[in-house]
Design a protein around this ligand. Sequence first.
Ligand SMILES: [Fe+2]
Ligand SMILES: [Fe+2]
Length: 274
Amino acid sequence: MNTAASVPATAPMRIAADTWLIPNLAPGGDGVFLPANSMIIRGREPVIVDTGAPVHRTQWLEKAFAVVEPEDVRWVFLSHDDGDHTGALLDVLERCPKATLVTNFFSVERLGLEKPGLPLHRMRWLEPGDRLDVGDRTLHLFRPPIFDGPTTRGLYDPKSGAMWIVDTFAALTPGALDADELPAEALEQFSTFGSAVSPWHPWLDRAVYNRHVDSVEAFGARVVASAHGPVLRGQRLDDAFDRVRGLAGAPLIPLPGQELLDELIARTLLESAA
Ligand SMILES: [Fe+2]
Ligand SMILES: [Fe+2]
């Protein structure tokens, strides 16, 4: 198993004009790691898009504020209230006094159970279909094709062609954060992770679901970043949309069970005896 010490170092990565991926990796098995990314749009009114996982809080703050000065941040777009997207949320609100938190009613209700004291007067509540004017561009909110939290909204920036698709397109990586640097087989994981986080896909009507996926693809994003997978462009991106379309009405993809746990425990015992 990987340990925290074996996690490859990552740095902010420019993925489109004014747009940066803030990456972090967590151990995910032998030689592979789970990304826990967020994004920053450094336009006239800089936007932080999600705030990383709690385990990466210190590194996240270093990386994010190497890209944007805290006092310049005007918006914090929270895609949903899951813990792995709200790791540095309170730090950001404290260190970025000019920032407005873009969230929604149900996220705030749910966050109230774990992060009391969120400032209502510093919020804006927006839903899929809404838009956010951030000075030199208007961001479009949409419902990603795959999501693991009911409050989820993705973001599309028509000015740069960059899209934040949240928990869709997740995949473990040996370290590469760009899909073009990964073998095509690695991207088959989009189906496995999609099935794992959206286990209602066997009940989906293909035509209805595909219309939704089409509507997301129709934004025409030139680059798509996500919280837990590699950055996608071109053919790899087209294939990724097709892969999630394929989940509609398809059976669940089985996940590891007790057998894996037994193996991990046996391995840990062996390692501690060595
Ligand atoms: Fe999530
Ligand atoms: Fe997530």
